[in-house]
Design a protein around this ligand. Structure first.
Ligand code: HPA
Ligand SMILES: [Zn+2]
Length: 336
């Protein structure tokens, strides 16, 4: 088996994925028609041509516009189910994905609708595709903390449907310190905590997210390399980083994949994982991300195994599920 075949066949874990970022243009057009929503693009090609981002905000503008087609429980189910079936092609075995409830609430789509559709797709994925999954409720950091607090309160009746809270959207100017109270409340309610930090924002935002929000994983975190003491701390405390290589390239966090900080993060012993973020917008799903990294850095088979083990250990899955994932990986390695 070639190393490329080995990489593609690896049993995979996705820990940084925005379900709204899996909305492919074809489904966007189909849902727009089904729901009578007007799109500002005449054709799928015209829409794809607009996917030419120069920073995070230029992507977010299209991302929020795209999700306007999501209206009903069936829409949220169709979105997540399309993602899960795509996952199966790349041998994904476990997924922990974000959704942005405030972006849908603002459009008049209730939490009942959002949770029902997403949860039904998760159950179906386990039954039909043997992919386990959990949902992380992500707050929009360009909205107020009061809005985040109100969203958390409104979501508590659905607590069995999500395992944690996250923080996403426009990073610069919206530091973690803005969300201390809502993360404290979420943690007190027993939820896991993660946050996007150090994507476009400075290393200090990573520090804040750890110290003030007490997060268990850092989403992105690629600017960690700008602070030696922080690098040392993140390594020593075994805090996982959910790195998204194609996202960083498409959002111009880096100019070329060869400029990615991944090798430095790995060399410093950080618990790096690889993920796809918003695959419908950033040119690819998990295997596309893995192969883009391999093309740039020619990692060893052992490094690929390490990345996969890191991801298993970084999940919020039960000890039994983590062990089953390790067993599956070990069997794959033995047979390869
Ligand atoms: O890559 C991202 N960064 C921040 N917010 C987001 N919301 C969706 N994708 C992203
Ligand atoms: Zn993200």
């Amino acid at each position: 088996m070639s190393l490329t075949e080995f990489i593609c066949g690896l049993p995979k874990i996705e820990l940084h994925l925005h379900i709204e970022g899996t909305l492919e243009p074809e489904l966007m057009f189909a849902l727009a028609e089904r729901n009578g929503v007007a799109l500002p693009y005449a054709t799928i090609d015209e829409l794809r041509a607009a996917y030419d981002f120069h920073n995070l905000q230029s992507f977010l503008d299209l991302y929020y516009q795209g999700m306007n087609v999501l209206k009903t429980e069936q829409d949220f189910f169709d979105l997540a189910w399309a993602y899960f079936t795509r996952c199966a092609q790349d041998n994904l075995r476990h997924v922990e994905f974000f959704f942005d409830p405030q972006a849908h609430l603002e459009r008049g789509v209730g939490l009942d609708v959002q949770f029902a559709g997403l949860n039904r797709a998760c159950n179906e994925a386990e039954k039909e595709l043997s992919i386990t999954s959990s949902i992380i409720l992500s707050f929009l950091r360009d909205m107020t903390e009061d809005s985040a607090l109100a969203t958390l309160e409104a979501a508590l009746p659905y607590r069995e449907h999500f395992i944690g809270v996250g923080l996403d959207s426009a990073e610069v100017g919206n530091p973690p310190e803005k969300f201390v109270r809502v993360f404290e409340r979420a943690r007190a309610e027993g939820f896991h905590a993660v946050a996007h930090a150090g994507e476009e924002g400075p290393a200090d935002y990573i520090q804040q997210a750890l110290d003030l929000l007490k997060i268990e994983r850092i989403d992105h975190g690629v600017r960690c390399v700008e602070d030696d003491a922080l690098m040392k701390r993140v390594a020593e405390e075994h805090i996982p980083l959910t790195v998204c290589p194609l996202s960083n390239l498409y959002l111009k966090v880096i100019d070329r994949m060869e400029d990615h900080t991944l090798p430095q993060l790995l060399a410093a012993g950080l618990k790096v994982t690889l993920n796809s973020d918003d695959p419908a917008y950033f040119g690819g799903y998990m295997n596309d991300n893995f192969l883009a990294v391999q093309k740039a850095f020619s990692l060893s088979r052992e490094q690929w195994v390490t990345l996969t083990r890191n991801a298993i250990d970084a999940t919020f899955a039960s000890a039994a599920r983590q062990q089953a994932l390790h067993d599956e990986l070990n069997a794959y390695i033995a047979a390869a």
